[in-house]
Design a protein around this ligand. Structure first.
Ligand SMILES: Cc1cc2nc3c(=O)[nH]c(=O)nc-3n(C[C@H](O)[C@H](O)[C@H](O)COP(=O)(O)O)c2cc1C
Length: 288
């Protein structure tokens, strides 16, 4: 897989203590999205150097990796992701994310949404919505667009990563037109690039996933309630995953031990329970 994957790994110190993975979905190497990510990575490494922290940054170009189109067979949902009939590099990328502390997810805006490469990757990762495995990880989102809005694009990525258990800490939108030179991007967006790196670095360094957002806590509660209600199907891979992680226990409020305030948790549990009731009314037997 390593041979087919276009990646760049940079580290200032020998002993890595923080690891950030950039996922770039643009097909264009050295296109706007790639350039924006490279500039943020440069800032991340500069902050790490100043703070004397060993940081490894690795960029993965999703377009250069063998990720086949989801065939909709549901094998990953029903039997486990390793039973997917598509033999490609998806699980190798999954493992890389699992080993990282932070993720910089970047997509160009295509017709007001993520591009197809990002969407297919998200679809192939959908089993993580059933069995979230990335709790404790920080995600920061970057979009580039011709000039239009990126809100929908950001929400598509944010919703997926939140359902997978990660903690979203921010996003940056770069209006770049067709192709912007790095120098121009740096001069036009220098402060946004610096801010993006600072926010992501600080969140990873301070382990801010221990303070999940209200939205993340609500998403957890909705998922928990749905799996608790499906107790009549205890033989499923999903149910067993939730049970093994002790996430179905009544007093469990998030995937990981956390420092969210009492009131925030109470409110999230209330809202999450209400949302789940409406959701469960709509679905009868299957989850999706
Ligand atoms: C197929 C296609 C669809 C696009 N759709 C939009 C759009 O809806 N809104 C917008 O502002 N820009 C749109 N763009 C422009 C790209 O988002 C923009 O140029 C982006 O920076 C390209 O990133 P890249 O250089 O990494 O490929 C589109 C470009 C392409 C090729």
């Amino acid at each position: 897989m390593e041979k087919r994957m276009l990646l760049r790994r940079v580290c200032f110190k020998e002993e890595v203590i923080m690891k950030i993975i950039s996922l770039v979905s643009s097909y264009r190497i050295n296109g706007n999205t790639d350039k924006a990510v490279s500039l943020i990575e440069k800032q991340l490494l500069s902050i790490a150097d100043k703070e004397n922290i060993a940081l490894e940054v690795e960029k993965i170009h999703l377009s250069r990796i063998d990720i086949k189109t989801c065939c909709g067979c549901r094998a990953c949902f029903d039997k486990g992701e390793e039973k997917c009939p598509l033999k490609d590099d998806l699980l190798a990328i999954w493992k890389k994310i699992h080993q990282a502390d932070g993720i910089l997810a970047a997509s160009p805006v295509y017709v007001e949404d993520v591009n197809g490469i990002m969407k297919n990757w998200i679809d192939r990762m959908a089993f993580n919505c059933h069995r979230p495995a990335f709790a404790g990880k920080i995600v920061y989102i970057v979009t580039t667009s011709g000039g239009g809005t990126s809100n929908h694009t950001i929400n598509t990525i944010k919703n997926a990563f939140t359902a997978w258990g990660t903690n979203f800490v921010g996003s940056s939108k770069f209006r770049t037109g067709e192709l912007m030179a790095s120098v121009e991007m740096e001069s036009k967006y220098g402060s946004s690039i610096k801010k993006a790196a600072e926010v992501l670095f600080k969140a990873v360094k301070n382990n801010s996933a221990q303070k999940p957002s209200l939205y993340s806590l609500i998403v957890f509660k909705v998922q928990q309630k749905c799996w608790q209600e499906s107790a009549q199907r205890q033989d499923t891979v999903d149910y067993q995953y939730w049970q093994k992680n002790k996430w179905l226990e009544r007093d469990c409020n998030y995937y990981i031990p956390n420092k969210a305030s009492f009131l925030k948790i109470k409110f999230a549990r209330l809202i999450g329970s209400i949302v789940a009731i409406f959701y469960l009314k709509k679905v009868s037997k299957a989850m999706y």
